[in-house]
Design a protein around this ligand. Structure first.
Ligand SMILES: Nc1ncnc2c1ncn2[C@@H]1O[C@H](COP(=O)(O)OP(=O)(O)OP(=O)(O)O)[C@@H](O)[C@H]1O
Ligand SMILES: [Mg+2]
Length: 307
């Protein structure tokens, strides 16, 4: 669905995207994750033909984004980081005209608008003018606009930013449903690490315009961070013995051990310690987040940058 080679965008002195080579297969749900200014939106804007690359190349749905703009545009949906809907019309009418602009017959455009209004929870506000909607309602209307023609490939730039938790969950369900029921290929950007972790099958971490990691969330976490197991003991002496046996780090009467799969290593560790005459008093396993992955890769935290 997408194939880029050394895709690059320079704005005067800023290299926003610095040689990105990637492939996205039919039906994948991919999240681009990275701090402010990493080059996520610029990448999406090149892939959606809105701005031309200054280097490298990209094909989307089999067409070159520079030479075959129109072919690309016909096959994709794009929901940008800003708002797209006009202001003085009713939300429902905006949706229907968008559907018509994509070539749907009026009856189908109406039916499709009705479905999206329902599934994005816009029923109570769809017949008001767009300018009277709240930020989150407007955001959901924008998303409906991008979905009206049921594209095979969908680009979403921070779709859930500004939504409350309830609507964010609804939207995530909708996105996962598009993938499951229609096989839609979806590329989204997000600042919500939990969102990338829970809905994306593949996470591409971008920093300073480059891809620094690309894998399933599970593998990224296992490979770059791993689980941490904290074992508590009755005395510092026991903890010292345990730290030696398990190759862990002692702090007071606690020992921290790294493991690929924490819950699985615990029973064996307890058994080994028992044989050595050391009783375990408490166990705690912490599993990494994608933020820990970013921290390991860059020495910076995505959460702190956001704050
Ligand atoms: N039109 C432009 N002119 C000059 N510089 C730009 C332009 N658009 C983007 N940039 C710069 O390119 C870099 C990447 O911006 P981009 O919007 O792609 O980041 P992003 O990863 O989407 O960030 P955010 O998480 O804040 O949305 C930034 O340094 C930005 O200032
Ligand atoms: Mg952006």
């Amino acid at each position: 669905m997408i194939a880029t080679r050394e895709l690059t965008k320079r704005f005067k002195s800023v290299t926003a995207v610095d040689g990105i080579t990637l492939e996205v297969a039919d039906g994948e749900l991919v999240a681009l994750l990275g701090p402010n200014g990493a080059g996520k939106s610029t990448t999406l804007r090149m892939l959606t033909t809105l701005i031309p690359p200054t280097g490298g190349s990209a094909e989307v749905a089999g067409f070159d984004v520079v030479a075959k703009q129109r072919e690309v545009r016909r096959r994709i949906g794009y929901i940008g980081q800003g708002n797209g809907a006009g202001h003085s019309q009713r939300g429902r009418d905006e949706l229907i005209s968008q559907g018509r602009a994509y070539g749907l017959p009026v009856r189908q455009a109406r039916a499709r608008a009705g479905e999206l209004i329902e599934s994005l929870g816009l029923g109570e506000v769809a017949d008001r003018t767009v300018s009277s909607l709240s930020g989150g309602q407007r955001r959901r209307l924008d998303i409906a606009m991008g979905l009206i023609h049921a594209p095979e490939l969908l680009f979403l730039d921070e779709p859930s930013t500004g939504l409350d938790p309830q609507n964010r969950a609804n939207l995530q369900e909708h996105i996962v449903g598009l993938r499951r029921e229609h096989g839609t290929t979806i590329v989204l950007t997000t600042h919500y690490l939990e969102e990338a972790d829970s809905i994306a099958e593949r996470v591409i971490v971008i920093d300073h315009g480059r891809i620094i990691a690309d894998d399933t969330p599970q593998r990224l976490k296992a490979k770059h961070v791993g689980d941490r197991v904290f074992l508590g003991f009755g005395s510092e002496t026991d903890a010292t013995t345990a730290a030696g046996l398990l190759n862990g780090v002692r702090e007071g009467d606690r020992v921290q051990v790294s493991a690929d799969d924490g819950p699985r290593m615990v029973p064996g560790a307890i058994e080994e310690l028992r044989t050595a005459g050391v009783a375990v008093h408490s166990v705690e396993v912490t599993r990494p987040t994608l933020d820990d992955v970013f921290l390991t890769l860059t020495g910076r935290s995505l959460r702190n940058e956001e704050a």
